[in-house]
Design a protein around this ligand. Structure first.
Ligand SMILES: Nc1nc2c(c(=O)[nH]1)N[C@H]1C(S)=C(S)[C@@H](COP(=O)(O)OP(=O)(O)OC[C@H]3O[C@@H](n4cnc5c(=O)[nH]c(N)nc54)[C@H](O)[C@@H]3O)O[C@H]1N2
Ligand SMILES: Nc1nc2c(c(=O)[nH]1)N[C@H]1C(S)=C(S)[C@@H](COP(=O)(O)OP(=O)(O)OC[C@H]3O[C@@H](n4cnc5c(=O)[nH]c(N)nc54)[C@H](O)[C@@H]3O)O[C@H]1N2
Ligand SMILES: [Mo]
Length: 767
């Protein structure tokens, strides 16, 4: 049996291997279908062509930076899906809710709920009739204000942010919540790159990536670990292609073969499109076991130390960057001792890779002068996510691959402004200096006690300690682990508010008072008292730039996120002397306030008007280490028990047709899945070991009550011992308590499970 098992011949409905490259004509066709289904021939279709242009709106698809310096239109299939989904011609008017009760809507799929279209009017849930009913904005605000003021303590409220919110909206939001009196800021980042936000500051003094797009032009080797750019950061494929064409090795570590890391046919390059050619991306592809990254990384470092010793023995200079280590780091001895004490047997078992494979990765790494290490959720969403991030930093520091051109760490951020939201104050653990500046600017007294992150907020809601939640975007109850527990937590509340573009399942978790506020999307014109407004966002590489919508809003009754937050703030805090209306009349005023609180935004309004915006300071990019010792830290970790787990580990993944909990469609083109999501990917050897075959129906169990029933197994090129199923359907396998102790990131990507042939309960004799 080869490593690269292909799906066998037995036809399984909706399952057929995909042989093409990523991108190509399939991508263009998919865009045409998205435009047709959502937008028809509407004038809004031209929105697609101003995306990621200096004068247009920032693509809501992902946080990969834009090459603003050129004016070429960067085509991206999944960016187009994100835009057409928002700019859809479909509408959910109040009469929709008169026709469909909340009870009925519960039976709708996540896809159907959002596909119904854009919300047009504020709503509240009417328990007497069981329907959502329209209300006016003023009434909505005053009900929310009354609900918040009725709490015994501000800490009984949770203020959730999903990462599409602009810097301006997020800043107003944190100002409001702190003026109200709490630091409870659960954030989508808590489910995403929190391990980065916690781990990287400990290693290199900053919780952000250190590279820029230009660094990719200078790198000698690129490692892609645990991210799937063909689907989730498609514009990155142009960058990777350019590197591959320069002959730069691209080394991949991923439990699944992902087409978007293997081959790409760029829709930007007519010559590629019109020929059978595509660009090969990965120069080496290693199917690391789910949860096996730290074992793999320790193996690479072990090989590196051995190469170093051999080279020194031969009279060479060694392969470590000794000058850098001496000048800039601490802790190498403990790291080396730990790595050397870890045996190859454990490394091979834990990673699922051969020693030779790991040594070849280390050789590629050591041969390159400048290395960029990219990573995503495959690294962070584990019980040991923070430790994984430390190991990535350790590996880079060993050869000084930090803070020099062409080298560094590149976390692939999630939502398009998740990084910016954090920068402007969405954090449950704010720093004193920032709070002091906020208080001075606005004459408030912000609370100092730390607040709740996402897991803690749901636990507090579940346990009755929190009684109100405001969600600025997102689909919190569905995105979190253990949806049943989260649904129940919402239903216990006194007040639940969703500020969203589309109705989703979180809106259906009705509290005593439930209010849905429809907002403008990023593509739409935002007109306030001071005229047309635009907002700013920060991408994965700390570039801050403007985003200006130009489409007619989905409904004249929509408000912008800042305007909604101002409305809520005024109704909740009439005694607080902040002129919310003045702030939102002209967003330049919000930006001035951001500058007053965050000195790094100096001259914000001027600099953000420059073409391409500006970059925030990232100390580690210049070898300034903002750690307590002023040095970068090597941080050692013993092998975690998960990587030594003998049984199956299941990871949860995104399909090519989804944006987090937003399900655009039921296909996953590159993985060969059409029209369904009830599949689990497995290695053929694991199927055989379980007496199963491709296409069989199985139950996947993570413990009592945590079972996925009747899923179809698909033989796939995936590491042995590893399974994969789609998020969010698989979220009931994850207990709320199963998260990284350091960062709180849920263990969405390493669940201990068992797999067995499905029991058809109708066939089990009674008694
Ligand atoms: N179109 C689209 N774009 C998106 C999103 C979307 O849903 N759709 N979501 C946005 C958001 S919020 C985020 S956070 C990012 C997510 O972007 P990614 O990080 O790419 O997200 P995932 O699909 O969750 O997982 C990525 C890869 O991790 C691999 N993997 C799983 N487990 C492991 C493991 O244990 N080790 C390793 N090495 N790899 C593993 C999977 O096989 C998969 O290829 O994308 C953003 N962009
Ligand atoms: N099992 C498993 N679970 C996961 C993950 C995983 O990999 N596996 N990934 C996790 C990650 S990385 C993340 S980031 C979370 C995602 O968690 P969230 O960010 O909470 O979820 P989304 O699905 O992105 O939110 C979709 C909703 O956002 C609203 N929306 C869209 N655009 C806008 C806008 O411009 N403004 C406003 N106000 N609302 C808007 C729409 O109404 C839509 O229904 O899920 C996490 N959950
Ligand atoms: Mo994310």
């Amino acid at each position: 049996m080869s490593e690269e098992n292909a799906a066998p011949d037995t036809p399984v409905p909706g399952v057929e291997p995909y042989d093409g490259p990523a991108g190509g004509w399939g991508a263009l066709r998919a865009v045409a279908v998205a435009v047709r289904d959502q937008m028809g021939a509407s004038a809004n279709t031209r929105a697609l062509f101003s995306m990621n242009q200096p004068t247009g709106f920032d693509c809501p698809g992902c946080a990969w930076p834009d090459p603003h310096k050129t004016s070429s239109f960067e085509f991206c299939e999944n960016g187009a899906k994100a835009v057409t989904w928002e700019a859809t011609a479909k509408r959910v008017e109040p009469d929709f809710f008169a026709r469909h009760s909340a009870k009925e809507l519960e039976s709708w799929s996540d896809h159907a709920l959002e596909d119904a279209g854009r919300l047009t009017h504020p709503l509240r849930y009417d328990a007497a009739s069981g329907h959502f009913v329209p209300i006016e904005w003023d009434e909505a605000f005053s009900r929310i204000g009354a609900g918040l003021r009725a709490l015994d303590h501000p800490d009984q409220a949770e203020f959730y942010t999903s990462g599409r919110a602009s810097n301006e909206a997020a800043f107003l939001y944190q100002l409001f919540a702190r003026a109200f009196g709490t630091n409870n800021f659960p954030d989508c980042s808590n489910m995403c790159h929190e391990a980065t936000s916690v781990g990287l500051p400990q290693s290199i003094g900053v919780g952000k990536g250190t590279v820029t797009l230009e660094d990719f032009d200078l790198a000698d080797a690129i490692f892609c670990i645990g991210h799937n750019p063909g689907t989730n950061h498609p514009r990155m494929l142009s960058t990777l292609s350019a590197a591959a064409r320069r002959g730069v090795p691209i080394v991949v570590a991923n439990p699944m073969r992902e087409r978007g890391l293997e081959r790409f046919k760029s829709p930007q390059h007519p010559s590629e499109m019109l020929s059978p050619a595509s660009t090969q991306l990965a120069s080496a592809y290693h199917l690391v076991k789910v949860g096996g990254d730290s074992a793999m990384l320790k193996g690479m470092m072990k090989a590196l130390f051995a190469m170093d010793a051999e080279d020194l023995a031969r009279g060479g200079k060694g392969v470590l960057d000794r000058a850098f280590i001496a000048e800039h780091t601490q802790g190498i001895e403990a790291l080396q001792a730990d790595v050397e004490a870890t045996g190859w047997e454990d490394i091979v078992h834990g990673s699922g890779l051969t020693r030779a494979a790991i040594e070849s990765m280390a050789q590629t790494y050591a041969r390159a002068e400048r290395v960029i290490l990219c990573y995503g959720m495959g690294i962070t969403q584990h019980a040991h996510g923070t430790a994984n991030v430390h190991q990535l930093a350790n590996l880079l520091l060993l050869r000084g691959n930090m803070g020099k051109p062409g080298a560094g760490i590149c976390p692939l951020r999630g939502h398009s402004n998740v990084q910016g939201d954090r920068t402007v104050g969405i954090t449950e653990i704010p720093e004193e200096a920032m709070l002091a500046r906020l208080d001075a600017r606005f004459g408030i007294t912000s609370p100092r006690a730390h607040g709740h992150a996402a897991v803690e907020s749901l636990q507090a809601m579940r346990d009755g300690r929190s009684k109100a939640v405001i969600c600025l975007g997102g689909n919190l109850a569905v995105a979190m682990p253990d949806p049943d527990a989260c649904f129940e937590a919402f239903r216990k509340l006194d007040l639940a508010v969703s500020i969203v573009t589309k109705f989703n399942r979180t809106c259906l978790q009705v509290a005593k008072e439930t209010i849905i506020l429809p907002c403008l999307g990023r593509t739409e014109l935002d007109v306030q008292a001071g005229g047309d407004q635009w907002v700013t966002v920060e991408d994965s590489m700390s570039m801050v730039h403007a985003s200006r919508g130009m489409l007619q809003p989905a409904s004249p009754d929509l408000k912008s996120e800042p305007a909604i937050l101002a409305g809520i703030a005024k109704a909740t805090l009439p005694e607080v002397a902040i002129d919310w209306d003045w702030l939102i009349a002209d967003y330049d005023r919000i930006r001035d306030a951001i500058e007053a609180v965050y000195p790094d935004f100096r001259d914000f309004n001027r600099r953000v008007r420059q073409k391409g915006g500006f970059r925030l300071t990232v100390g580690a990019s210049h070898r300034v280490w903002n750690t307590p010792t002023g040095k970068a830290q090597f941080i050692a970790h013993p092998l975690d028990e998960l990587s030594l787990h003998p049984g199956l580990l299941l990871t949860t993944i995104r399909s090519h047709d989804q944006y987090n909990t937003t399900i655009y469609g039921l296909n996953d083109r590159y993985r060969g899945i059409t029209g369904r999501r009830d599949v689990v990917f497995a290695h053929e050897d694991d199927l055989a070991a379980h007496g199963l075959a491709h296409g069989d129906k199985v139950d996947i169990s993570a413990g009592p009550g945590r079972v996925l029933r009747g899923y179809t197994v698909v033989a796939h090129a995936i590491a042995r011992g590893s399974l994969a199923a789609y998020y969010p359907e698989a979220n009931n396998l994850v207990p709320l308590e199963d998260h990284d102790r350091q960062s709180g990131t849920p263990s969405y990507k390493s669940l201990r499970v068992t797999m067995a042939r499905s029991v058809d309960e109708s066939l089990v004799p009674a008694g």
